[in-house]
Design a protein around this ligand. Structure first.
Ligand code: GLU
Length: 345
């Protein structure tokens, strides 16, 4: 590739700086970075900081420390979603011009009262959600409580518009299946309207919702490859739909949904797991070589965890390892033995 040529592939690291980075972040970022660096893809670092109440500088410092510690670099300026309001508004205008957005001032309590719970969706559980303080600003992760908005609550069609930024807005989603062609999991089919009903696209706190912002920015930044945890697989179906509405083309990014890293009890690691945060492990003695070693072990590259330098990590045939991940048995689990090995001096 000539140095001034536009890379054929662009991926992004898209953390929400709302808490400690944990081994799940290290896992997906190391894989994305290695895939990209081995094949000369461009890497965008995008801070998904739309949830102003939860995003904070300390979390951003923790993220930057982790990336540097693991030797993960990126290309160009860091992008902050909170500074992209104009583009997000423009995308809302596009949706408005297609007649698919409407004001939805309903409270969570009102929606909960109308719920017919949708089951069998990976990210949903019946328990109360651990979701963000600002409904819709965060990605819906496993264990989060996602409320379905029924089409019966839509206002009359002649009132569909986007004129007041201080009111929640939703996307009128037609029922219909969406095929998600995933590089790791194969083809999966979802009907996003059966999961979300009409999803939030604009929040009364005057920002795009997670679902709109992620698609708007993937389009603007020319993202061709999205690499992230597989609890966002159902979101990919909705994001494809939004992508088509916004671009007029059905050319979504390639999806790479990775297994989630879990603790000894099988629970997905989350930002509240301070003990499993990368900085916490480093304080207890873990090295970057050990963290890369754990990732290589989960990838099935080595039979037992062993130290892996940055250069050795880049030698891994990452594309092959990731594409064959679902055929392998090694679960991405931080059990007692792996944790003890990570911090052993
Ligand atoms: N910022 C999201 C999160 O940290 C991930 C978004 C995405 O990859 O689509 O959960």
């Amino acid at each position: 590739m000539k140095s001034d040529a536009r890379p054929a592939h662009v991926t992004r690291l898209a953390p929400s700086p709302t808490g400690h980075m944990h081994l799940g972040h290290a896992w997906s970022f190391l894989i994305a970075w290695c895939l990209a660096r081995r094949s000369q893809w461009r890497i965008v670092l995008r801070l998904e900081d739309l949830d102003a109440q939860r995003a904070h500088r300390e979390a951003e410092a923790d993220l930057r420390w982790m990336l540097e510690w693991l030797g993960i670099d990126w290309d160009g300026e860091v992008v902050r979603q909170s500074e992209r309001m104009d583009w997000h508004v423009e995308c809302m205008r596009t949706l408005e011009s297609k007649g698919v957005v409407f004001e939805a001032p309903h409270s969570r309590a009102e929606l909960r009262a109308r719920q017919t719970p949708v089951r069998d969706v990976r990210m949903q559980r019946d328990s109360a959600g651990s979701g963000g303080s600002k409904d819709g600003a965060d990605a819906p992760h496993e264990g989060d409580d996602v409320l379905r908005f029924p089409s019966s609550l839509r206002p009359p069609r002649d009132q569909w518009r986007f004129t007041n930024r201080t009111v929640n807005h939703r996307l009128a989603l037609d029922p219909g299946e969406e095929c998600v062609h995933d590089q790791v999991l194969g083809t999966r089919v979802f009907d996003p309207s059966a999961i979300w009903g009409d999803p939030l696209v604009w929040l009364k706190a005057e920002s795009a919702s997670y679902q709109l912002a992620v698609v708007a920015d993937d389009i603007a930044q020319g993202i061709t490859d999205v690499i992230r945890g597989n609890d966002l697989l159902p979101s990919a179906a909705l994001q494809q739909r939004l992508h088509t509405l916004l671009t007029g083309q059905s050319t979504p990014p390639r999806w790479w949904h990775l297994p989630l890293v879990r603790d000894a009890a099988g629970k997905r690691l989350a930002k509240r797991h301070d003990a499993m945060s990368v900085a916490g492990l480093a304080r207890r003695g873990a090295t970057a070589d050990r963290v890369r070693g754990a990732v290589a072990f989960w990838l099935g590259v080595c039979d037992v965890p062993c130290d892996i330098t940055r250069d050795a990590f880049l030698e891994i045939d990452m594309e092959h390892s990731v594409r064959t991940l679902s055929a392998r048995a090694t679960p991405c689990r931080v059990d007692k033995a792996l944790e003890a090995w990570l911090v052993a001096r």
